[in-house]
Design a protein around this ligand. Structure first.
Ligand SMILES: O=C(O)c1cc(C(=O)O)c2c(n1)C(=O)C(=O)c1cc(C(=O)O)[nH]c1-2
Length: 233
């Protein structure tokens, strides 16, 4: 194959991955209502409490990828994700920042950590994501993380929407989103590098796009489940 043809095929592959943006959860009615300022306090609380289950399981998902990945260089970079979420000392990291977001919206740490508000559909979707990372080839699991290509735009919009429409939330509670605005582009750039380098055949590329599509379903299903639970309205 000529170098030009290979470059075109890689560009087509990246375009197919990016096209999954059309299925990203920023288009979900619940996301749209959040960013328009239309959610009640109870709905914001429910979202934060339910999303905690996702946050808490991301490092377990990343540990599964590490466990399945035989490449030392990839592991060396991937392990940062676990440090980002868990922190490297007490009081640090994304999960801690999410608990502070919980406090800023009026939820005690205890009621977030004990998962009492987590609805079945959210548990089911997040568990499916962790199981996917444990059981599928590790490059597919890396591809499934590529929703983070689409996350920064949504997070920037969400940050502005929270400051504008939900002034009752202490802005210090929004530190989580500010940190992700830096971390997500770095992480997705690395994941895209890994996926484009490793997926060379049409079958491998199709599997990577399918993995990303599955992940869009995970995120969409979480919002479906949160949106349809009538709790705390
Ligand atoms: O709030 C969001 O819209 C959103 C989306 C995503 C995503 O697209 O997967 C992640 C996050 N947040 C996030 O905070 C996060 O730490 C994260 C890790 C991952 C991943 O798949 O490894 N996605 C996301």
């Amino acid at each position: 194959m000529t170098a030009t043809l290979a470059a075109t095929e890689t560009a087509d592959f990246v375009a197919a991955l990016r096209a999954q943006a059309l299925r990203y959860h920023d288009r979900h009615p619940f996301s749209r209502r959040m960013n328009e300022g239309a959610l009640s306090r109870g709905e914001i609380r429910s979202w934060v409490a339910n999303r905690f289950y996702y946050q808490a399981n991301i490092p377990r998902k990343d540990a599964a990828i590490l466990a399945n990945c035989p490449d030392r260089e990839v592991r060396r970079r991937w392990i940062r994700r676990i440090h980002d979420h868990d922190g490297t000392a007490e009081g640090e990291g994304g999960i801690e920042a999410w608990l502070r977001l919980g406090e800023a919206v009026g939820l005690s740490r205890e009621e977030v950590e004990d998962e009492r508000h987590v609805v079945p559909g959210v548990r089911f979707a997040v568990d499916a994501y962790v199981t996917f990372a444990r059981t599928r080839p590790w490059v597919e699991a890396v591809a499934s993380s590529l929703t983070e290509l689409f996350a920064p735009d949504l997070m920037a919009e969400r940050l502005a929407a929270f400051e504008r429409h939900y002034p009752w939330i202490d802005p210090e509670g929004l530190a989580y989103f500010r940190a992700r605005l830096r971390q997500a582009p770095r992480d997705s750039e690395h994941a895209l590098e890994v996926v484009t380098a490793r997926c060379r055949t049409p079958d491998q590329r199709a599997a990577a796009v399918a993995a990303l599509s599955f992940k869009c379903d995970v995120l969409w299903s979480m919002l479906d489940a949160i949106d349809s639970s009538r709790a705390d309205r």
